[in-house]
Design a protein around this ligand. Structure first.
Ligand code: EPU
Length: 333
C-alpha cells in the first residue's frame, strides 16, 4: 500500500475527467483502510467514481476503496443473505448473483459503480431500487475508526437518496453491503414498459431473461462510460404538485408523468431537457447524449467545469420554460 503522488484521476471516474490527486492511495483490505484512517482523517473517498463530476484537482488524500469478496449466508429458507465487499464491481456482482440463481438484483444490471456506493444514492432502475433487497451494511466512522452496522431503517433510503447523502455525508466509509435475495420463487419485476416490450412473447421470464432485457435496453439508450464519459442520469426526475402539473398539461398535453402520491407527480427530466432542444447538443467536448437527454457526456477532453456549465445552462432553460428547478443527482466535487 503506497501513497502515490500527482495521479491523474481520469481512469477512476466514469466521466473521464482529467483532474489530479496530489496524493492517492488504494486499499484492498479493511486492515489497510484502518491503517490509513489511523493516520489521516481528512480524506477524499473514491469508489467506482460513477456518480461524481470532478471540477477541480483534489488536495486531500484520495482514498480508493478496492476491497473484494463475497460471502453467502444460506438460511435454508427461500432467502439467502449475500454480503459483498465495498470494492466489488456492481454489475459483476449482479451477474454473479444471477449465475447462482439468487434473485432480486437483476433489474439493476449494468449500472456502473461499486457495491459500496450503491446505498449512498439508493441506485435504481426499471422499477426496482437497491433498498428493495438491502438488508444491512457495515461502515467505518472516519473520526473514530469504529465499525457500525446500519439496518435498512437506519439508512433512511429515498429516491436516489439516503442518510449518507445528508446528515452522515463524508462521515462514514461503507465497507460491505448485505442483500437478502431469493433462491427460488423469484419475484419477477417486468412491469416497466421497456422490459415488457423486450420480453413480449416470454410469459415466464427468468431472472436471467430480465437481466438480459435490462442490459439490452441500457445498451440501446445509455452511453457506455468506457466509450463516452458520463455519470448516468445527471439530474433527478423532478416531483411537482398537481396544480403545477395541470397548468403544464394544458400547455403541453403530451407531457409524460408518473403519479407518486395523492398530491405529487414525477416528470421525466429527460423529456423536459429534450423539449428545450438540448438532446444530442454538443458544446466543445461536453454535451447531452443523443438517445437520453438526462445524461451529460464528455466526448473526450471536457473539463468538469465545462460539463457543469452545460448543466447550468440546461437548468436555467428548463426553469424559464417550465418553471421547474432541476436538482443535480451527481455529486459535484
Ligand atoms: N424521455 C424523453 N427524452 C429523453 C429521455 C427520456 O422524452 O431524452 C422521456 C420519455 O417519455 C420516457 C421517459 O422520459 O418514456 C422516461 O425515460 P427512461 O425510461 O429512460 O427513464 P428516466 O426517467 O429518464 C430513470 C432513471 C435512470 C434509469 C431509468 C430506467 C432517474 C434520475 N433516472 O431515467 O437511472 O435507468 O429511469 O429505470 O431516476 C441513473 O440514475 O444514472 C439512471 C440512468
Amino acid at each position: 500500500m503506497n501513497i502515490l503522488k500527482n495521479i491523474s484521476l481520469k481512469p477512476y471516474n466514469t466521466f473521464g475527467i482529467n483532474a489530479y490527486a496530489k496524493r492517492f492511495v488504494s486499499v484492498s483490505s479493511l486492515k489497510e483502510l484502518k491503517t490509513v484512517l489511523a493516520k489521516e482523517k481528512d480524506v477524499f473517498l473514491l469508489s467506482g467514481g460513477s456518480n461524481i463530476l470532478l471540477t477541480n484537482d483534489i488536495d486531500k488524500l484520495v482514498l480508493h476503496i478496492n476491497t473484494k469478496g463475497i460471502i453467502v449466508n444460506d438460511t435454508n429458507t427461500n432467502d439467502v443473505f449475500v454480503t459483498a465487499e465495498a470494492g466489488e464491481n456492481w454489475h459483476e456482482f449482479v451477474l454473479w448473483c444471477i449465475s447462482q440463481n439468487y434473485g432480486g438484483l437483476e433489474n439493476l444490471s449494468l449500472i456502473p459503480g461499486k457495491v459500496g456506493t450503491s446505498p449512498i444514492q439508493n441506485i435504481g432502475a426499471y422499477g426496482v431500487e437497491m433498498k428493495d433487497t438491502f438488508h444491512q451494511l457495515t461502515a467505518l466512522e472516519i473520526s473514530t475508526g469504529k465499525q457500525r452496522v446500519f439496518t435498512k431503517k437506519d439508512c433512511l433510503f429515498g429516491y436516489r437518496n439516503s442518510i449518507f447523502k445528508n446528515e452522515l455525508k463524508g462521515k462514514f466509509i461503507i465497507t460491505s453491503v448485505t442483500f437478502k435475495l431469493s433462491k427460488k420463487n423469484h419475484t419477477i419485476n417486468d412491469s416497466y414498459g421497456a422490459i415488457k416490450n423486450v420480453l413480449h412473447h416470454n410469459t415466464h421470464p427468468t431472472i436471467k431473461d430480465v437481466s438480459d432485457a435490462v442490459i439490452s435496453i441500457r445498451k440501446s439508450k445509455l452511453p457506455n462510460p468506457e466509450e463516452i464519459g458520463n455519470s448516468g442520469s445527471f439530474f433527478k426526475n423532478p416531483v411537482i404538485d398537481f396544480k403545477q402539473f395541470d397548468a403544464l398539461q394544458k400547455k403541453y398535453p403530451q407531457i409524460p408523468s408518473y403519479k407518486i402520491s395523492s398530491t405529487e407527480i414525477k416528470i421525466p427530466a429527460g423529456w423536459l431537457i429534450e423539449q428545450c432542444g438540448f438532446k444530442g447538443k454538443r458544446f466543445g467536448d461536453a454535451g447531452v447524449h443523443n438517445k437520453q437527454a438526462l445524461v451529460l457526456v464528455n466526448y473526450e477532453n471536457a473539463s468538469g467545469k465545462e460539463i457543469l456549465k452545460v448543466a447550468d445552462t440546461i437548468k436555467d432553460t428548463v426553469k424559464n420554460k417550465f418553471g421547474i428547478v432541476l436538482e443535480v443527482e451527481v455529486n459535484i466535487i
